[in-house]
Write a protein that binds this ligand. Structure first.
Ligand SMILES: CC(C)(COP(=O)(O)OP(=O)(O)OC[C@H]1O[C@@H](n2cnc3c(N)ncnc32)[C@H](O)[C@@H]1OP(=O)(O)O)[C@@H](O)C(=O)NCCC(=O)NCCS
Length: 180
């Protein structure tokens, strides 16, 4: 069953406001990172991604005056790679993860990439469901990729991002998210 953390009397959740990740966000991003992943990036990894990596594009999603979600990707000509995406546990089930993924896809397509890939833990069905909804399919398995528990990584991929079919898919999904 899907977890929905919206309190009954809270009304519709606040829309996520997406902005580029800045140094001032990193401590909150690290807090979400620690709550979301068994092994985490070091704090300086986010700093160097946003300052030193010209291929990298990182964003935070703000709600209720704080960082509720973040995500990042690399775009290299026609190729792109989602490096991370996470939602603070208190904000999950409100479509914020989906909204962040939509933003990453818009960014990817806007920068001219035609396909996108990512790795996800084999046991992470929540994230896999999200990616499948956006047309990602499993293309390979990296055995023992995650060193903390030797878990396999599934490599997922979505292509033809600039096609009319994919644009229509995104439009329908975006409208559904906006209605929530
Ligand atoms: C994966 C993650 C980003 C999803 O964010 P979220 O805001 O909770 O998810 P959303 O509310 O946007 O839901 C979008 C879709 O995700 C999937 N999903 C979300 N919660 C789910 C649940 N509890 N069970 C199954 N699928 C779920 C569904 O496909 C859902 O679409 P639907 O509502 O139409 O069924 C979030 O769970 C998270 O931060 N997880 C920890 C970090 C992580 O695993 N990141 C991915 C690394 S590859």
């Amino acid at each position: 069953m899907k977890l929905d953390l919206r309190p009954d009397d809270a009304g519709a959740p606040e829309a996520l406001r997406i902005e580029p990740m800045a140094d001032s966000h990193i401590s909150q991003v690290m807090r979400i990172e620690n709550l979301s992943f068994p092994s985490t990036w070091p704090q300086n990894a986010f700093h160097s991604e946003i300052h030193d990596n010209k291929l990298a594009h990182y964003f935070v999603g703000m709600a209720e005056g704080r960082v509720a979600a973040y995500g990042g990707l690399w775009v290299i000509l026609e190729d792109s790679h989602i490096t991370t995406i996470a939602v603070h546990p208190e904000f999950r089930g409100r479509k914020y993860g989906e909204f962040m993924l939509l933003h990453l896809l818009d960014e990817t397509i806007g920068r001219g990439a035609s396909w996108i890939t990512l790795e996800v833990r084999q046991g992470n069905e929540v994230a896999q469901n999200l990616y499948r909804k956006y047309g990602f399919t499993v293309v390979s398995t990296r055995r023992g990729y995650y060193s903390d528990n030797n878990e396999n990584a599934l490599v997922m991929w979505a292509g033809n991002l600039k096609s009319r079919i994919y644009a229509n898919r995104l439009r329908v999904l975006r409208e559904a998210v906006a209605e929530r």
